[in-house]
Design a protein around this ligand. Sequence first.
Ligand code: PEP
Ligand code: MG
Length: 583
Amino acid sequence: MPDRKTLILQGIAASPGIVIGKAFLMEDEELCLVQKEISKEDAKKEVIRFREAISKTRAEMIATQEKIYKTLGKEYARLSDAYLLILEDPLITRDVIKKIAEGVNAEYALFRILEKVIHSFEMIDDEYFRERKHDIQDVGKKILRHLLGKERRVLADITSESVIVAHNLTPADTISMRENLVKGFTTDIGGRTSHTAIVAQGLEIPAVVGLRNITGQAREGDVIIVDGNQGIVIVNPTAEMLENYRREQEIQLAQIRELEKLRDLPAQTTDSHRVTIAANIDNPEEVKSVLSHGAEGIGLYRTEFLYFNRSTLPTEDEHYENYRRVAQKMLPYSVIIRTIDLGGDKLSHLGLEGITVENNPFLGLRAIRLCLKYPSIFKTQLRGILRASAEGRIRLMYPMISGIYELRAANKILEETKDELRREGKKFDENIEVGAMIEVPSAALTADLIAREADFLSIGTNDLIQYTLAVDRVNENVASLYEPLHLAILRLLKTVVDASHNAGKWVGMCGEMAADTNFTMVLVGIGLNEFSVSPAQVPKIKKIIRNISLLEAKALVTEILNSTEREVIIQKIKRREFKGTNI
Ligand code: PEP
Ligand code: MG
């Protein structure tokens, strides 16, 4: 029997698979701050404490810089020079010491001085310098953590295979798990279609989110089972539970091996209706897994991840190199590169005005809106994509198009960019296809107009569902209201698919609904041409498609579109489980 109590927690299944490991607890980001009055005598001690915090911060930054140098190279390592300069700046060090001498504790003095410095940066006209305030804030937080003796543990601290237990993880945290020993993760908050969950699926790391208080229930080093299929987490499992789950792991491995046999077979129904199954990626390293799982292309490359964990914008050459590499490896298949979708739950620390301070970031300056507001950032990426299109089969796609005018505005910038490249004699695919994501209800309702001017449509259900049903995709409190089978969603999907076909264009789906095997038959019946899913889901979807007929899929759609009973709809879908497909 384990010494500590066994806890079985139900959360939201965010990334499939089962993992058993030791808990690594990550603290929350928030640091609390108290003002204390101090005597002259204590002021000296406070200054010493402050100087020590500065030296610890410096040592930490240099260690990180060395690590970056080894893993990513000189160019990236240099990015942290700016942080070191801020740390040495007398505007901060000298003034904090002066403030302490007035009789306040070091934390409070630092807070006040940072506030003053940040305010003076906000007054600067030049946007670039103005936005450096975020670097100052970051450095300030690091010093503060040392003063409070509350270093936030970072993933790089992990020395043995672990399961992360955190209140929340950002998509940027998750993407850095690639280089670490993270075998799975669990969080207090979050939703099934958050980008943190999506990245975990790409990395094939099992995850359960929305557990409410696992950080208060698990302790460092506890044995944890993460069942990412059912959304269950067991802290300190019994020997019997461990054995059952180990057996389950073996069964799943055998199923995966079985599915590998489908790799080179077409995604074709029993009555010869062919669809395409492509994969979603957010990093070039995932191409290997895309090909090994038998995907016929990349249906969504989430390029905003290029902007994470850094403090400068990617250059045109970085974009170009990155896309060229992916496109060449994917040949003869095509790659749909989505222009950046920053904002929402994908904030980057690039200090762009507006995206870090919004009250409703999902309704704010996100995706194509951000690109239209900052055309030079947009053009840099477009130039990279266009140049890479000369060396592979690249298609381009805009996120969060809300109507025809936005598509035209984006295309206008695209045409200007093409003209610039022509003038410079740089090669690109003159016939590059340009698609629009349909993920805002206003776009779905006007899909007929958009389809006329786009080469293809791709339905982003993660957002389409959140915006149509008014359910925040990352909020565990409303997760049960996030219903892909809501009739409003099914009607919208049909509207979009029909509009696209009427305009003679193909239509895909790259949201998580396409990856859920429960919905495959409905989506085939609605007429979807392409499914784009995380690489590991590709064979599962293919298996279902190879077991159904288009005829019965269409009949199912007619039935459920005419049913107003939620339970009846769910039953109709469940009745159609297929032999051997309950994976
Ligand atoms: C979507 O919204 O369904 C989608 C694919 O885009 P993202 O998840 O990156 O918002
Ligand atoms: Mg989206």
